[in-house]
Structures are given as C-alpha cells and as structure tokens.
Design a protein around this ligand. Structure first.
Ligand SMILES: [Zn+2]
Length: 264
C-alpha cells in the first residue's frame, strides 16, 4: 500500500478536534504515515504542540496567519521561538499575506509575516507560507528577509504559472491542496507539472477544502490527501504509488520528519 503524508492540516480546528482519534485512525487506514498540524495563531500553536505530543506521527508548526496578524500579542515572537524549541516542531507558520480577504490591515500582515520569516531564518527552521492575491509582496518580503528559498514552502498553492516560476526560481518547495482536484482548476493542475519532482508536496488544509470526489463533505480530513495525490499523479503522468512515495520522501526530507514509531 502506498504511504502518504499530509503536510498541512489544522487538527486543532474545532471541526476536527472533537474526533481526533477517529480522524487519525482513518488517516492511518488510508496509508498516512505522518501529519503536520499547522497553526494559524498562538493559541492554536500551543494546541498543535499538545496534539503532536499526544498522537504518534503528528508534527506541528507554530505561527500567525495573516488573518490573525492584527490580533497578535506583544510577545508573540518570544512565544513562537519558545515553541520552535519543542519536540515535534518542524516549521514556523503558517504565515504570509492574504489580500483577498484583508481580514487584517496590510501593514499588520506585512510586519507579522516579515518578523516570522526573519525568525525562521535566524533559528534555522522551515517557513510555511500562505499567499493569496499578494504574490509580489510575499516574494519581496521573503527576499528582503534574507531567508534561504530552499527552506520555504508555499502551501495550498493557487497562483498562476508565472508566479509559480518565480517561486521555483526563489528555490521554494510547492504544496498543493484539494483545490488542485476541482474541475475548474485545470490551469492549476497544468502548472503543477512544472514543479520539479523533488520540490512538490501534498496537503489537505483540512478541515477546509475537501477535494473531489468528496468535495460535498463539509469537513475535510487528512485521509483525503489520497485524492489530492491521485489528481496530481494523473496530470504528471505517474502512478499513484510512485507519486505517493516521492511526495512522502520530499516531506520527510524537507521537514526533517522522523516517522519511526515513538515507542509509547
Ligand atoms: Zn492552513
């Protein structure tokens, strides 16, 4: 059976938290060997650490999403760097810019993103980036932070082929979510073919973005990463098994995941 890794989902979101044993059991049945629990704000980052401690195969990120940038507590960078020292922490984020919703004023988004890019660079951690309708500013902030592009992943990538080329030129890794399975995402699937084999990752972004053919499910979960893999394997002209293996190896290498049983 192929093995899969969901490199980005929100296990501590209220829609998944209540049934984590069930969610993780279904993930295991689907062939998932590891899950990265992403965080959008400080409280969720602390909860993600708890989930990683509690459940085998779960790793976590700690960060502040652009939507939450206007609400950060004054000491958020201290807290993010403290969390970065914890076992099972694999990246700073998710962080970035979202000019589609603009839930936080853009200057706040930019400041909080730049400070997290700077933090990741200083402590030598990976950076999980969210960008929506803000690609030029996102790339400019990354470039001026001095961060090594090879340590950056653009998660749930949905920008056009020209942005994708710029992200690849920067050295970043690209992660695709269920959006790549939607009927009207043909262009996105096509550009997914441009990503070199060693720089592509898959994710669910659960509980959001249920992929086809389960798009009608209101709550997405990590087991559905199999559908994301199937859609991308098809467009890249490789078998599901081969694509699952390549993306799992990429995830382990990029995030430095130790997926050996934890012996508890
Ligand atoms: Zn997310």
């Amino acid at each position: 059976m192929p093995r899969f890794i969901d490199t980005h989902c929100h296990l501590c979101n209220g829609r998944l938290r209540g049934d984590l044993p069930g969610v993780l059991d279904r993930a295991k049945q689907a062939g998932l060997t590891a899950i990265i629990c992403a965080s959008a704000h400080i409280e969720e980052s602390r909860q993600s650490l708890q989930a990683a401690r509690e459940f085998d195969g779960v790793f976590f990120t700690a960060g502040v999403h652009p939507h939450d940038a206007r609400l950060v507590p004054g000491d958020y960078l201290d807290e993010l760097s403290r969390l970065a020292g914890e076992q099972y922490h694999v990246a700073v984020g998710e962080c970035g810019l979202d000019y589609h919703y603009d839930f936080s004023p853009r200057p706040d988004q930019q400041k909080v993103f730049a400070s997290q890019a700077d933090l990741a660079g200083r402590i030598g951690k990976k950076l999980v980036v969210h960008t929506r309708e803000a690609f030029a500013d996102t790339l400019a902030i990354l470039q001026s932070s001095g961060i090594d592009g090879g340590t950056v992943v653009f998660h749930s990538f949905t920008e056009d082929a020209s942005c994708l080329r710029k992200a690849l030129d920067f050295g970043a890794t690209i992660s695709f979510s269920g959006i790549a399975t939607f009927a009207n995402s043909r262009v996105l699937r096509e550009s997914a073919r441009l990503v070199p084999t060693d720089r592509i990752l898959i994710e669910t972004d659960a509980p959001f973005l249920s992929p086809e053919p389960v798009r009608k499910n209101k709550t997405n979960e990590p087991a559905n990463v199999v559908h994301v893999a199937a859609a991308l394997a098809a467009v890249r002209g490789v078998t599901l098994d081969a694509f699952a293996e390549v993306t799992s190896a990429n995830a382990e290498r990029f995030f430095g995941l130790d997926v050996a049983p934890r012996g508890r």
